[in-house]
Design a protein around this ligand. Structure first.
Ligand SMILES: [Mn+2]
Length: 296
């Protein structure tokens, strides 16, 4: 567990993908106003689970408003922000190897996924470079003691293996960013598992939602027999669920309900850190949604 200044409760917020208005709506729903000491911000902190950026066409959002808001919340001890696979990929896109190639190839498909962000920050600008250096400072996971958070998969073995590559705050060390995109380097698969989730060979090749043909499919690690049940609850995002918010297993909660798309709500769950109740029941964890009318 790292040394962090914790308050009494945490609100874990799912993948936002530039939907700034959904975040402001959600903060109103949970009464989290940093200018009002009578609001929940006095005893609570937010945890952004990653994937702040990259919106889908027709749902542009507002990248700069969102990034400025989240960064300011983090700097003022109102929030923590994890690295998602989209911020990870953004760093690879903007990182050149010694031979001049980009760590993440500038293919048409990769550009398409990332274009809304590149347009918002103006690719190559100082603004772009500033956000990339902030993304590099974000932790891959946080252990809050009675609850842990990561973008896609908490795998104890992988976390042990990746530690030598990390700074004290669990962000990737500057010298290893190129290795993280090198398929021949062990760091590549470690990052893939933690940020994109473990995969297994598919029965037959299939085309994913971005049009890419894949031979590996994601597994539901929280229900997989190769994974031991975690000891403390884990909060994740990434899995673009489309049901009403509910826990995934006895110990795993997901807060990504595809806010990127259309009118889907942005979802968060609340976790009381000071609870001394040892019989804490994860299935009773409260969820909140940016749609006031959607009662969860
Ligand atoms: Mn993701």
């Amino acid at each position: 567990m790292i040394e962090i200044q914790l308050k009494e409760r945490l609100y874990f917020i799912g993948d936002i993908h530039a939907q700034y208005n959904k975040l402001t709506d959600l903060l109103k729903v949970i009464n989290f106003d940093t200018n009002d000491s009578n609001s929940m911000s006095a005893g609570g902190q937010l945890v952004f689970i990653g994937d702040l950026i990259d919106s889908v066409p027709k749902n542009d959002g507002d990248h700069l408003a969102l990034l400025n808001k989240v960064k300011s919340l983090v700097e003022n001890n109102h929030a923590f922000c994890l690295l998602g696979n989209h911020e990870f990929n953004a760093v690879g896109w903007a990182t050149q190897k010694e031979n001049g190639e980009w760590a993440r190839p500038h293919s048409d498909n990769n550009r398409k996924q990332h274009n809304a962000f590149l347009e918002a920050v103006e690719e190559g600008s100082m603004e772009h470079k500033r956000w990339i250096s902030w993304f590099k400072s974000l932790p891959l996971f946080i252990d809050f003691g009675t609850v842990k958070a990561i973008h896609a998969c908490w795998d104890e073995d992988v976390i042990e293996q990746i530690k030598p590559y990390l700074n004290a705050n669990n962000s990737l060390k500057e010298i290893h960013w190129v290795d993280a995109f090198d398929k021949t380097h062990e760091l590549f698969n470690l990052c893939e598992t933690l940020l994109k989730g473990p995969e297994r060979k598919a029965d037959k090749p299939f085309t994913d939602k971005t049009g890419k043909v894949r031979t590996q499919k994601r597994i539901e690690w929280w229900a997989d027999s190769e994974y031991k049940e975690p000891i403390v609850p884990i909060v994740i995002g990434h899995y673009t669920l489309n049901c009403l918010p509910k826990v995934l297993s006895n110990k795993v909660v997901c807060v990504d309900y595809n806010a990127a798309k259309g009118d889907n709500p942005l979802v968060c769950c609340k976790f009381e850190l000071m609870s001394t109740d040892r019989s804490f029941i994860i299935s009773e964890i409260p969820f909140y949604s940016s749609h006031k009318l959607l009662v969860i």
